[in-house]
Design a protein around this ligand. Structure first.
Ligand code: NAG
Ligand code: NAG
Ligand code: NAG
Ligand code: NAG
Length: 200
């Protein structure tokens, strides 16, 4: 009888420890799926990235990104009009499923958070490093993207180097295309995201 009580206490302790260990990670028992063909991603989605730049005058309410550095002197060595070489822009931009900006007060499908900087003297090119942060009923987690935005090319690819939450350990490619722009205060990118490694 005594022995039985000890055993059940022990097994309860084991269960509690296993439970605590288990709840430390967000996901359990997921299996890795690696796509065997570039035509068959294991997950794909299209999102629109809206960059509303602070114009330094009157759009503090709407702006979702701002230059954190001034261009360097080298930005005007090739063109008088300049290439922003050296400018770092920090953003917390809404991302949407459709092309329209979210209406006031509505949470976007995701947010794109981090930076790009202009990195060529002779023309406009930039480098992106950011997380797509999902916090909706549809998805929770992040996708992390980096890569060169060669703006002269009609489309360009960024690497999806990892993910968390619903996108645990994801990898893939995001293809970017300029979808709209308004002067120097707004541009919208279409991002076709294809994952080739997923945990499901
Ligand atoms: C905000 O400032 C910009 C740049 O000076 C100007 O073109 C625009 O008309 C202004 N918009 C409003 C709503 O005041
Ligand atoms: C801010 O956004 C609203 C809605 O899109 C627009 O009506 C307004 O003109 C914008 N204000 C500025 C200063 O850009
Ligand atoms: C700057 O302006 C020149 C024309 O004066 C144009 O050829 C060039 O493409 C422009 N540079 C950029 C980076 O837009
Ligand atoms: C995510 O959404 C929940 C529920 O709307 C909210 O309470 C929480 O603050 C959000 N988290 C972030 C990081 O925005």
């Amino acid at each position: 009888m005594q022995g039985l009580a000890v055993t059940s206490k022990l097994s309860l302790a084991v269960v509690v420890v296993v439970f605590l260990l288990g709840s430390a990670g967000a996901v359990h028992g997921l299996r890795r799926v690696v796509s065997s063909s570039s035509d068959e991603p294991c997950n794909e989605m299209t999102l629109y990235y809206h960059d509303i730049l602070y114009n330094g005058v009157n759009n503090t309410k709407n702006a979702t990104s701002a230059a954190a550095t001034k261009p360097t002197a080298l930005s005007t060595t090739h063109w008088k009009n300049g290439t922003y070489f050296g400018t770092l822009v920090v953003f917390n931009d809404p991302m949407t499923v459709g092309k329209a900006l979210p209406v006031a007060g509505e949470e976007p499908a995701a947010r794109a958070q981090e930076f790009y900087f202009y990195d060529k003297q002779e023309s406009y090119t930039s480098w992106f490093g950011f997380s797509i942060v999902f916090n909706s009923t549809a998805h929770k987690g992040t996708l992390n993207l980096v890569g060169a935005d060669l703006m002269d090319d009609k489309t360009r690819d960024l690497s999806v180097v990892g993910g968390t939450g619903d996108f645990f350990m994801a990898r893939g490619i995001a293809t970017l295309r300029l979808d709209a722009s308004e002067g120097t205060v707004y541009f919208r990118l279409q991002m076709d995201i294809k994952l080739y490694e997923c945990y499901v």
